[in-house]
Ligand binder design. Structure first.
Ligand SMILES: [Zn+2]
Length: 487
């Protein structure tokens, strides 16, 4: 039944500095929300009706909720659905299933899942043979933030292949393709590879392209942790682009970097190369705002040319947060022996050049993705700090780009790349994912030494029209959903 009451907005935000996510200049304005949708936006004086809740945002910026383009939050959204590390940064959507690693469709009968699958949890964490199962779990848990999901190639290979050290047969590709089809039909937004990882490395470009075609049929994207981010980074870019073109999928190069001391400075080669290739095929990349990476502790990544910090260790939890050279010293062994004694373990590698990080962040093609590892005991600070660090440190303090561009890289651009047509912008008809923050004080506090620090300057976060985080500790609700094209 229609009445006057029905048309009244639930929320009207007044006097906000609106940064709409498109990269356009911000302006002082107001936004109305009804249910889970933005119903009106404009300069001060546009919205004449009163909202049930009238909020004055003088002095605050209002932006679309941030989309974390690169996460490994597949399991943590179910196990710790408040998602405090992310929502406290203003993140309202996480893209899960990166680097070839996803909870669907593989299951493990024995502990531990092989690296890198152990980055998502133990064997019991893997309980979703179909994407429909995972979608149902998201719907029933209802995490505080939205989830957009990729399916990982390692998860497919481990589900189907008795021997993952070889290339898949045609029959195995067909089975993996059926699983990808099921996932895409039930709401996945694309798929990923992690050709750098032992569970994925035996797949050649033909296997990847053959599987990519199943995803392309459903307009999905292809994200890749490339085979090589060290000396062969240029060759890996060629392989990634050729494969994506062959499959007919847009390409997302994951956490673009030039790793290893001898490769520092080489983004001066990679970025122009990618930009030229992007003229002919849709290509973007994600980046986290730090010069250290993090993954499993790996013998083949061990070096004394830059520091390496332990982020977790099953046999030696007392060594988390310490540098490998110090641990080796204390034990009276070399770093390689120390590495094998710590296994299974995770590490933070200080393997990048700050100038490279800044060049990648500054590229028009880059989106912000944390790549945070939520199950690590002593995680890389990117888990708690990525988005405020880009807004505060890199945009406001260093001046790499203006605030509108910073927000665009974490909202409108990301939504466009992943095909999330109703997210990432403040405009009528878009879902009401919003973040209000203090542009003068927003910033990260998490450090390598003390990584479990909540960022500052994020005032509140709304997800699908529900107040879902408040810096002052006011009660909130969880309203996250599985998101895909048009929802
Ligand atoms: Zn990766």
């Amino acid at each position: 039944m229609f009445s006057q009451q029905d048309s009244k907005p639930d929320w009207v935000f007044r006097n906000a500095r609106i940064i709409d996510g498109t990269g356009a200049p911000s302006y002082l304005g107001e936004v109305a929300v009804r249910g889970d949708v933005i119903t009106a936006v404009g300069p001060v004086g546009t919205i004449l009706e009163q909202g049930t809740n009238e909020i004055d945002l003088a002095g605050l910026a209002l932006a679309p909720g941030f989309i974390d383009a690169h996460t490994h939050d597949d399991r943590i959204v179910l196990d710790a659905p408040d998602m405090l590390p992310k929502i406290s940064q203003g993140v309202t959507t996480v893209v899960v299933g990166n680097c070839g690693i996803s909870l669907v469709p593989v299951q493990f009968s024995s502990e531990p899942p092989p690296p890198p699958m152990n980055l998502l949890g133990n064997a019991a964490s893997y309980q979703f043979p179909t994407f429909a199962d995972y979608a149902a779990a998201i719907a029933s848990v209802k995490p505080a933030i939205n989830v957009a999901a990729l399916i990982g190639h390692s998860a497919l290979r481990l589900a189907v292949m008795p021997d993952i050290t070889v290339k898949a047969t045609d029959a195995e590709i067909a089975r993996m393709g059926d699983m990808l089809t099921e996932a895409m039909e039930n709401g996945a937004v694309g798929w990923s590879t992690g050709l750098f990882y032992p569970t994925n490395a035996a797949a050649d470009a033909d296997e990847v392209a053959a599987l990519g075609r199943y995803v392309s049929e459903h307009a999905g994207v292809y994200a890749t942790h490339m085979r090589n981010e060290f000396e062969n980074v240029l060759e890996s870019i060629d392989e990634s682009v050729a494969t994506a073109k062959n499959a007919g999928t847009p390409l997302i190069i994951s956490h673009h970097k030039c790793a290893g001391v001898e490769n520092w400075g080489r983004t001066e080669q990679t970025l122009p190369k990618i930009a030229a290739l992007a003229e002919e095929h849709p290509i973007n990349f994600d980046v986290y705002p730090y010069s250290a990476g993090s993954t499993n502790l790996r013998a083949d990544l061990m070096t004394d040319t830059y520091p390496i910090m332990i982020s977790w260790s099953e046999p030696h939890p007392e060594m988390t947060g310490r540098y490998i050279v110090d641990i080796a010293d204390e034990w009276g062994v070399d770093i390689h022996t120390a590495t094998s004694r710590l296994q299974p373990a995770g590490a933070i590698y200080f393997q990048m050049d700050e100038d490279d990080v800044r060049r990648v962040l500054s590229s028009d093609l880059s989106m912000i993705g944390s790549d945070g590892l939520p199950h690590d005991v002593h995680p890389h600070p990117r888990l708690w700090g990525t988005f405020p660090r880009v807004l505060g440190h890199y945009s406001r303090d260093v001046g790499l780009f203006n605030l509108e561009t910073a927000v665009h890289k974490m909202t409108g651009l990301t939504a466009k790349v992943f095909g999330l047509t109703r997210r990432g912008e403040i405009a009528p008809g878009k879902f009401a994912d919003l973040v209000a923050f203090h542009p003068d004080t927003v910033g990260d506090l998490a450090t390598y030494e003390s990584p479990l620090q909540q960022s500052v300057g994020i005032d509140w976060v709304m997800v699908n029209g529900a107040l879902s985080f408040s810096a002052n500790g006011a009660p909130t609700t969880r309203a996250g959903r599985l998101v895909h094209r048009d929802n």
